[in-house]
Each structure stands twice: as structure tokens, then as C-alpha cells.
Design a protein around this ligand. Sequence first.
Ligand code: AN0
Ligand code: CP
Length: 315
Amino acid sequence: MKSFFHVQDIGDLSKALEEAKQVKATPYAWQHLGKNKTIILVFFNSSLRTRLSSQKAALNLGLDPIVLNVNGDSWKLETRMGVVMDGDKSEHLREAIPVIGSYCDLIGVRSFAGLTDKEFDYNETILKQFIDYSGKPVISLESATVHPCQAFADLFTIEEYKTVKRPKVVMTWAPHPRALPQAVPNSFAEWMNAADVDFVIAQPEGYELDPQFVGNARVEYDQMKAMEGADFVYAKNWSAMNPYGQVINKDMSWTVGARQMAVTNNAYFLHCLPVRRNMIVTDEVIDSPRSLVIPEAANRVVSAQVVMKRMLEEM
Ligand code: AN0
Ligand code: CP
């Protein structure tokens, strides 16, 4: 695996899920793979889970993690080509990336969508530069359009908790005060479309995701109707594609609460976290025994470890 970005990069999903099960059961069985190897984790944005779970996954594999907080620890990095660098950015990605690549064997990158220039974001301009200029395998730790480590952990969590062969999984938009990227719902949709589940996206008019990620998923504008008989409810906010990156609606009737959960098949509740309580989901639902948000977050170590393990095995 040269880069981890889309669901296709992981290959056969049932094999990947089987491997995740093994990694979870015996996390230290592959310590030899990372010996004398280093992963550099580059963060352009905040993180709790991705930062910690990626480091823990690396340590489990005997791989040394180094974290670089761009904007905090390093020089501010210019990401656009052909600009006169007379502003606050002291260094260009064109030099920084090969330098980072020379110090490590694997690279992870978190660089959120800027949500102002759709083309810049949807071309994955920053992640692609890491792939092109580092010479090392690159893992998206949530880049402009995808969050594959999250979606892999989400799918593994569904696999662990499902009680029917083909569960109904409903991803519902929920309100949030600020504009958020589409990366998490894009990847969740991409991975659910590839998995053996009955997948529905519930959203208000105007929050349609990019068709390349929606694929053949059923899109439902009536949230209560979508929820009927759901086995898993996956809540997430995202901003609109058109006008790009804008909050066009904060309809609080979409907050996931007891009313929505009542029409499901006693569904489990999932969210990638961080979550805003009583905006995205009520206290009652997230604190209920059907909420899987903590085991879901714990599985982030497993998904990251499978990805790093496979990259190390190919070296
Ligand atoms: C980010 C997002 O929605 O993409 C990160 C989620 C993992 N969330 C926030 O910025 C609140
Ligand atoms: N779910 C997730 O990626 O969380 P962080 O932003 O805290 O890493």
C-alpha cells in the first residue's frame, strides 16, 4: 500500500476486517516490523484521537512516532504553488516534504479542507504533494476530502456489534454551529457502499455530498423515515457543497434524540468525536448503553495499526 486514502487502498474488506480482529487480539505480535523505523505524523490541524491513536498504533508495531505540529512547532508552510512568499509563511511544502521524507519511513498527514476553494480541497492538493514529493508511503489522517482511518474503525465497530448479517446503517446530518468539512461523511459513505450493509444517508435539502462518495447510497430527506428499523445511527455534521463550505441550515429538529432512536431497531449510536452535546446528539442518547462512541474511538488504534502494519510488511 503506497498510500492510504480511499477504501480501494485496503483491498479486500473482509480480509482487512479479519486482520483488524487479529491486531486487536494480539497488538504486540508484530513488534519486529517497526524496528529501526520511524513514522512522522504531520498535523496542520487540532486532533485528540488521531494524534494519540496513531502514536499508540506505531508503538504497538515497534515503530517510532514523531509528531510535527505545523503552525505550532515548525515554520508556517506555504501550500500553493507559484506564489510570491511575502506573507507569514516562511517555508514551502516543496522543500519541507522531501526534508520530512528524509527523516522517516512512513508519513501521516492531517490537513483539513480550507472550505473556501472547492477545487483546491477536492483535488487533495496538500495530500497529493506529500505523495509526490516525500518518496514515502502516506496515510491520510483526515485530509481535505477523506478520513479513511476513521471510516475503517467505524466499519470494524459495526462488524463487532452487528447482530444481523446485513445491518441497516443510517448516516444522518445533524446541526453544528460552525462549518465542518465533508471528509468524515465522504469516507463513511465510501466505506459503507463497499461493505455489506443497507446504507441510507439522511440530510436536509442542500446538504448533498459529492456524487463520487454518495455512489448508490439511498438519500432520504425525511430523517424520521430514514431512521425506521435502523441497526446503527451514525450522526455527523457537514457543511454544504454548494455554496461550498457554508452552513445553510442549523435545524435543531435534526439533533439525534430519543424521538429518532425510538423508531430504530434499538440502534447503536455512533459518532467519530469530537461531538457537541445537545447539538449533534442529546445527552440521553450519547450517555445511553446503546452509544458506542468510546469503543469506536478505541478502534482507531486498530485501524491505524492495520494500515501501518501493511505498509511495513511491504518494505
Ligand atoms: C472535524 C471534522 O468534522 O472534520 C474533525 C472530525 C474528526 N471536526 C471538527 O472540527 C469539530
Ligand atoms: N475522530 C477524530 O479524528 O478525532 P480527532 O480530530 O480528535 O483526531
